[in-house]
Design a protein around this ligand. Structure first.
Ligand SMILES: Cc1cc2nc3c(=O)[nH]c(=O)nc-3n(C[C@H](O)[C@H](O)[C@H](O)COP(=O)(O)O)c2cc1C
Length: 177
């Protein structure tokens, strides 16, 4: 088992694609990405470092039944995290959204993941600047920085690889811990 676990939720597959790209770039340091609706709590908790990816659906929601997904996803998984201790975990978040279609909730779902893990003691690394995007509001901003890497495959797919490389470089020391 590698040190880094990559877990993602998805509705139409874009977040899965990004998770696979991250895995390719990290090589042996990370295990293959797993859809959050196909894992167990034990497997999730077995990694000291977690890379967690989510799209934002509905109006600023995490994927799951409430957001209109066909199956369970992040929402149901974090509901099941209550009572869990994550104090020994290092977490980095990546979130997909559409800043043109949903400018008032751009990548807001990342904040729900951030809250779920920080409430249980996890250390979150990989905050990302909000410059270079055009949107009105996002719940995922703290002090003008996103709580994780914001990606927009709908409008800025050509910037994704560069953003990803720069973000992975930024967090590489934390990922190796
Ligand atoms: C019904 C619906 C609601 C969405 N709501 C939001 C939103 O509130 N904020 C946002 O940034 N993107 C929103 N999006 C855009 C998706 O997050 C984006 O297309 C993402 O890349 C989808 O990833 P996936 O293929 O992994 O599901 C929404 C998309 C759909 C279809």
């Amino acid at each position: 088992m590698a040190n880094i676990g990559i877990f993602f939720g998805t509705d139409t597959g874009k977040t899965r694609k990004i998770a696979k790209l991250i895995h390719q770039k990290l090589g042996d340091a990370a295990d293959a990405p797993v859809n959050i609706n196909r894992t167990t709590l034990d497997s999730f908790l077995s990694y000291p470092v977690l890379l967690l990816g989510t799209p934002t659906l509905g109006q600023g929601q995490l994927p799951g039944m409430d957001a209109g997904c066909e199956g369970e996803s992040w929402q149901e998984f974090i509901d099941g995290l209550s009572g869990m201790e994550l104090a020994d975990k290092t977490v980095a978040l990546f979130g997909l959204g559409d800043q043109v279609g949903y400018p008032d909730n751009f990548v807001s779902g990342m904040k729900a993941l951030y809250d779920a893990v920080t409430d249980r003691g996890a250390r979150v690394v990989g905050a990302w600047p909000s410059a270079g995007y055009d949107f009105n509001t996002s719940a995922a901003l703290i002090d003008d920085r996103f709580v994780g890497l914001a990606l927009d495959q709908d409008n800025q797919y050509d910037l994704t690889e560069e953003r990803l490389d720069s973000w992975l470089e930024q967090i590489k020391t934390a990922l190796a811990a």
